[in-house]
Design a protein around this ligand. Structure first.
Ligand code: ADP
Ligand code: MN
Ligand code: MN
Ligand code: MN
Length: 363
């Protein structure tokens, strides 16, 4: 039996990297338990993805994680890849390699767990789904977590995407309709299942594969997905990618609140560095309204959806758990957001040349 492998990678588009993929026909022994090394390296034309110049155009796809392909079905796979230069060093656009470097330099020791809340807007004919051809729908209020025609639109895609994520084995936590009509959210990350690891690499990889599946499924309906943090200007909520984060110390009842407060202090000192790397056009969203803190301010608060960092109600009542960084934009790169959180909170500081990808890749 022949197998289809969809090789997925991040391109070199600026300021927001896009997803690309191409299909490879492979031939696996049906009985065999597959490993990532069963998927061969492959090359692509980097001059067509803003990753190379025409006279030296080959970039390498290095498979790093594979999941079942829920669209093509049994025997087929989605293969997430890191992009390497022809000499096998990480390509400058390879933010995953930087995250690996920080984890290997000590970042993994505090066993950070992550949960990303990916907000997005479904778009048809340049308008969010459910919006009238001319003008605007009724003001915000009824749409968040709503049910019923007129209150939500796009649920067919959302349900199909949820099922696809679960069939692929992604750590999908849940979905909900958002505050603006046509806007939705899916969450990927820690969900209390013992055998699962909610580490930065796994949850970031799953978020990127989740995005790819959403784009791919929406394509069949002639609908596109906007990850813009302010898809409609005016009195409409923007889209974020709230990043929930905990270290071993935050999850310990004895040290929880103290560790969370110490992390907040470090995040305050590094506010600008985080903001600079939390997505593009985020200033349009972080305006100090619509459940955001102004981009130039840093504030932490219990249950406060107008803060930069929110301590969820269960966490401040019990005195341990996790925190929510509400600053990342919907178009952020989870590899960069999780790396910065680990760097800042766990005090990992690599020499800049390491982060400039002089290190060899080890798959
Ligand atoms: P909100 O109330 O902000 O909308 P959601 O219910 O949408 O929150 O999402 C909660 C997120 O918190 C999920 O992504 C989940 O994976 C994450 N999460 C829960 N517990 C932890 C934890 N201990 N460490 C890190 N992330 C966590
Ligand atoms: Mn949420
Ligand atoms: Mn939300
Ligand atoms: Mn949230």
């Amino acid at each position: 039996m022949l197998n289809l492998a969809e090789y997925v990678w991040l391109d070199g588009s600026k300021p927001v990297q896009g997803l690309r993929s191409k299909t490879r026909v492979l031939n696996f022994n049906e009985q065999k338990q597959l490993a990532i090394t069963d998927f061969p390296e492959w090359s692509f034309d980097g001059s067509s993805t803003e990753q190379a110049v025409g006279n030296d155009s080959d970039c390498i796809l290095n498979p790093v994680r594979f999941v079942k392909d829920p669209i093509r079905g049994a025997g087929n796979y989605i293969v997430l890849c890191e992009v390497l230069n022809s000499d096998k060093t990480p390509h400058i656009s390879n933010s995953r390699a930087k995250l690996r470097a920080v984890l290997e330099a000590g970042g993994a020791a505090q066993e950070a767990w992550f949960g990303f809340e990916q907000e997005y807007t479904l778009i048809k004919n340049d308008k969010p789904l459910g919006w009238p051809e001319a003008g605007y729908p009724e003001p915000q209020g009824p749409y968040y977590c709503a049910v019923g025609a007129g209150n939500v639109d796009g649920r067919t895609i959302v349900e199909e995407h949820m099922k696809a994520c679960l069939d692929a084995g992604l750590m999908l936590y849940g979905i909900n309709a958002e505050v603006m009509l046509g806007q939705w959210e899916f969450q990927i990350g820690y969900r209390g299942v013992k055998e699962e690891s909610a580490d930065a690499l796994t949850t970031s990889d799953h978020t990127w594969i989740g995005r790819w599946l959403l784009d791919r499924i929406s394509e069949d309906y002639g609908i596109s997905v906007s990850y813009h943090p302010k898809p409609v200007t005016g009195d409409w909520n923007g889209s974020g990618c709230h990043t929930n984060f905990s270290t071993i110390g935050m999850r310990d009842p004895k040290t929880g609140m103290e560790t969370i407060n110490s992390a907040i202090g470090k995040l305050e000192k590094n506010h600008q560095k985080h903001i600079d790397n939390y997505g593009s056009n985020n200033d349009m969203r972080l305006v100090g309204a619509y459940e955001t803190c102004h981009i130039s301010e840093f504030r932490a608060g219990n249950s406060d959806r107008g803060a930069s960092i929110r301590i969820p109600v269960s966490v401040y009542k019990e005195g341990y758990g996790y925190m929510e960084d509400r600053r990342p934009a919907s178009n952020c790169d989870p590899y960069i957001v999780s790396r910065l959180l680990i760097e800042t909170v766990c005090d990992i500081h690599l020499p800049s040349e390491t982060l400039d990808f002089k290190t060899a890749v080890n798959g």
